[in-house]
Design a protein around this ligand. Structure first.
Ligand SMILES: O=P(O)(O)OC[C@H]1O[C@](O)(CO)[C@@H](O)[C@@H]1O
Length: 190
């Protein structure tokens, strides 16, 4: 957990304030917000959609049976570490053709999805590197002691979850929504 926390700290240090501002503006300007991602990235997307709904925003998850047709002016928030998961690329292309705006959260801004997104927030992948202050350690040696650390997309997914929760906190401040309002909208029959 401490290694994960240190990596998330390093990621947070390098997230661009400008990218975050653009993302928040897209969220506030959108008529409706759709979220999507594959696998565990999709689970983070769903958690984000849930909090947006608690905030009083119109949010939907792409692929759910009750998700309505996308329209011009709607925003799609895409979570994809690689930015090239095939099914997601195809849906993003279709959404662009319809006139949706795309905000991507990714570690790979030069990816196929990155190239067609309107805004991007880059979550750097620090799994294989060490923050500047620890440069005297050999990277491979350190990872050798932590071979089980953050397999596959774990670092992206965990950092993206933390980032999305931070965005919700910022939106609460901007929209002056307090926790009791979120609580009132939370499902009461789950
Ligand atoms: O975030 P990406 O690059 O689109 O990848 C999604 C894939 O990564 C995973 O979340 C694995 O970590 C899978 O569940 C999913 O298939």
């Amino acid at each position: 957990m401490q290694l994960m926390a240190s990596r998330i700290n390093a990621i947070a240090d390098h997230i661009s304030d400008e990218e975050v501002s653009h993302f928040i503006k897209e969220l506030l300007d959108a008529k409706r917000i759709y979220v999507m991602g594959a696998g565990r990235s999709g689970l983070v997307a769903k958690a984000f959609a849930m909090r947006l709904m608690h905030l009083g925003m119109m949010s939907y998850v792409v692929g759910e049976t009750i998700t309505p047709a996308l329209q011009t002016g709607d925003l799609i928030v895409v979570l994809s570490g690689s930015g090239k998961t095939r099914t997601i690329v195809e849906i993003v292309q279709t959404a662009k053709e319809i006139g949706g705006r795309i905000s991507l959260i990714t570690s790979n801004p030069d990816s196929p999805i990155g190239k067609i997104s309107d805004t991007k927030v880059i979550i750097e992948n620090y799994r294989d590197s060490i923050p500047d202050e620890s440069k005297e350690y050999d990277t491979r040696q350190m990872l050798g002691e932590h071979r089980s650390f953050a397999p596959l997309g774990t670092l992206f997914e965990t950092a993206a979850m933390t980032f999305c929760d931070a965005v919700i906190s910022r939106l609460m401040e901007i929209t002056q929504t307090d926790e009791s309002e979120l609580k009132d909208r939370h499902a009461n029959i789950e």
